[in-house]
Design a protein around this ligand. Structure first.
Ligand SMILES: [Zn+2]
Length: 92
């Protein structure tokens, strides 16, 4: 497993953590989910909440994985989508 600690500037790009409201400090994880596929995802580095956890297809999948800037960008998109999904679910 590969991890990378991320600290962003204040931004509107990353949706706030549903548990603690943080959108600045995250840890990016990359790990194999099968022989030839990796998952890359973000976890809140304040409360350890993971928006993509238990969400089918919620994490970014990549053949090589890793936590370079491009993959982190994709993981941010997945985080945002997952937050949207959860908010939608809560509204219903
Ligand atoms: Zn949090």
């Amino acid at each position: 497993m590969t991890t990378r600690t991320l600290i962003f500037k204040e931004n509107n790009r990353i949706k706030k953590c549903l548990k603690c409201g943080n959108n600045i400090k995250f840890i990016a994880y990359s790990d194999y989910c099968s022989e030839d596929c990796c998952e890359v995802w973000l976890v809140c580095n304040v409360c350890n909440y993971e928006a993509t956890e238990n969400l089918v297809g919620g994490r970014f999948e990549d053949v090589w994985g890793g936590v370079d800037d491009d993959n982190v960008d994709m993981a941010i998109e997945c985080w945002n989508d997952a937050i949207d999904e959860k908010l939608k679910y809560e509204e219903n």
